[in-house]
Design a binder for this molecule. Structure first.
Ligand SMILES: [Cu+2]
Length: 235
């Protein structure tokens, strides 16, 4: 009986310990813009596969640089590059979806966490062969016929960026940014991104774009002060 009471006491003490409560994060709202000469998008030719061509009655343009009327740059991958070393963030339970639709990857740019599930879907009536080409992670490629179940994959190592191609259709491109923390985002159609709770600290913020390269900027976040940031690519 005494032993039982003691063990309960020990468990009770352990429950009160553990890591210190984290300092509350602050919201950060950011914008990425492109202030260079507008570059006309190339037309994509899908005439190598009739099954793809038939899906597009109108011409399809390559989505390399997508700029909103106000200059906001879509499909830029924004992330905290330094300042979070040594911190542990478990991956979210919900996965991220990469779809093949109209013989293109949708979305063009994805943000994924290490250990988070990437679900690859084929919505097309043709076969695709998904082939990420990482430098740090394991290389794989996988055929996915029409109606095949989703492919479920994970990436173990942070890597910015992993180009994804289709071994059947050489115009298909997607890019996956993999990080081991939650401060990563892809800009929306107006070039905006947001993080709800960035911990106070000193960081290097980086933005990567497939055609424009990478920019970095120092960022200091103070407790209780919501932050804003603007990054601009120029020619
Ligand atoms: Cu394909």
């Amino acid at each position: 009986m005494i032993r039982f009471v003691l063990s309960v006491a020990v468990v009770g003490l352990a429950g009160c310990g553990g890591p210190e409560p984290p300092v509350a994060g602050v919201p950060l709202a950011g914008t990425v813009s492109y202030q260079g000469a507008t570059r006309a998008s190339k037309l994509l030719s899908m005439d190598a596969e009739e099954g793809c061509e038939k899906l597009h009655p109108a011409p399809v343009t390559e989505e390399r640089i997508v700029v909103a009327p106000g200059g906001g740059l879509a499909n830029a991958f924004v992330y905290i590059k330094t300042g979070l070393e040594g911190r542990k963030f478990p991956p979210p339970a919900e996965g991220v979806v990469l779809e093949q639709r109209g013989c293109q990857f949708v979305p063009r740019v994805l943000a994924l966490r290490t250990g988070q599930t990437l679900a690859v879907k084929n919505a097309d009536p043709v076969s695709h062969n998904i082939h990420p080409t990482p430098k740090e992670n394991r290389d794989w490629n996988q055929q996915q016929p029409p109606g095949a179940p989703d492919l479920q994959r994970k990436f173990a190592i942070p890597e910015v960026m992993i180009p994804v191609k289709c071994n059947v259709h050489n115009w298909m491109r997607s890019y996956i940014g993999v990080l081991d923390h939650p401060f990563l985002a892809v800009t929306d159609a107006s070039g905006k991104f947001a993080w709800p709770d960035l911990p106070p600290g000193k960081y290097t913020l980086a933005v990567w774009h497939e055609a424009l390269g990478e920019l970095t900027q120092d960022l200091t976040v103070e407790a209780g002060k919501p932050a804003t940031v603007a990054l601009a690519f120029r020619d």
